[in-house]
Design a protein around this ligand. Structure first.
Ligand code: NAI
Length: 256
């Protein structure tokens, strides 16, 4: 069986993906705060490094695919530490084990929110790999009342990191495709509370219009990931694939 490392495997999209991968015979090595095969806090450099080492060891040094679903939408510094560095540093640490596989694949879960107004200083610091500086700007954004820009910032930076990394030495030339799946609104524990409040539901429907088939179920997103990590994906890399019922096309229009 293939060894597939999934972060955020305990809930929502990561849990749905874990179920589908196991059903098709893959071996999932789940990473989560608690209750995963590997318990780790991806918000810290030490947690990321320990998780990557443990995942690589559990896979016998050969990781066939890595999918990062761990993330949070609570405005604050976790946007930087979990959504961005908890993905990019973790995947970078897994690169040697991915390169050892016959048909390695990487998918990071981004968001259609990555197309929305971001804090350029946070994005720049993230892409520079400067976590301290990114945290400083994130703290400033919170103090200035712009905390709501941090989620889009983390996902915009992630999409740009993936496009850059996909074609950087050691990835495409080592046979490792790197893509982002960017969902619209998905019905998971992350969003559940938001729908209790009719006012908030209206805000979300305006911010993320989904004319095709409405809200996503986690397995709708997981099925797209399943394709991108399969052998059928021989040449797609560096792409941000919006799985969003038309939200990105509505928001950005035809001329991107
Ligand atoms: P969820 O809240 O159901 O699951 C997130 C998982 O990440 C949880 O199992 C949690 O324990 C784990 N996690 C959080 N912080 C962690 C940390 N410091 N270390 C290790 N694990 C940690 O959320 P959901 O909805 O499944 O989200 C998955 C991904 O999809 C996230 O990156 C999210 O930003 C993204 N996304 C979700 C959307 C939605 O509407 N639910 C829309 C667009 C993107």
């Amino acid at each position: 069986p293939r060894n597939v490392v999934v972060t955020g495997s305990g809930s929502g999209i990561g849990a749905a993906l874990t179920t589908l991968l196991r059903a098709q015979g893959d071996r999932v090595i789940g990473v989560d705060l608690k209750g995963g095969d590997i318990d780790a806090d991806l918000s810290t450099p030490a947690g990321r490094a320990a998780a990557a080492t443990a995942a690589s060891e559990a896979a016998g040094g050969v990781v066939d695919a890595a999918v990062t679903c761990a993330g949070t939408s609570v405005p604050g510094t976790a946007m930087v530490t979990v959504n961005y560095f908890g993905t990019t540093e973790f995947l970078t640490a897994l690169r040697p084990a991915l390169a050892a596989a016959g048909q390695p694949r990487v998918v990071a879960v981004g968001s259609v929110s990555g197309t929305q107004p971001a804090d350029p200083d946070v994005v720049t610091a993230c892409l520079a790999g400067d976590e301290a500086e990114a945290l400083r700007h994130a703290g400033r954004a919170v103090a200035d009342g712009h905390a709501r820009r941090l989620y889009p910032s983390s996902k915009a930076a992630l999409a740009r990191w993936a496009r850059r990394t996909a074609v950087a030495p050691g990835w495409a030339d080592a046979g490792i495709p790197v893509n982002v799946v960017a969902p619209g609104i998905v019905l998971t524990p992350m969003t559940a509370g938001l729908f209790d409040d009719p006012g908030m539901k209206k805000v979300m429907d305006t911010a993320v219009p989904m004319p095709l088939n409405g809200y996503l179920r986690p397995e709708d997103v997981a099925r797209t990931v399943l394709f991108l990590v399969s052998g059928a994906n021989s040449h797609i890399t560096g792409q941000v694939l919006y799985v969003d019922g038309g939200a990105e096309a509505t928001l950005r229009g035809p001329e991107v």
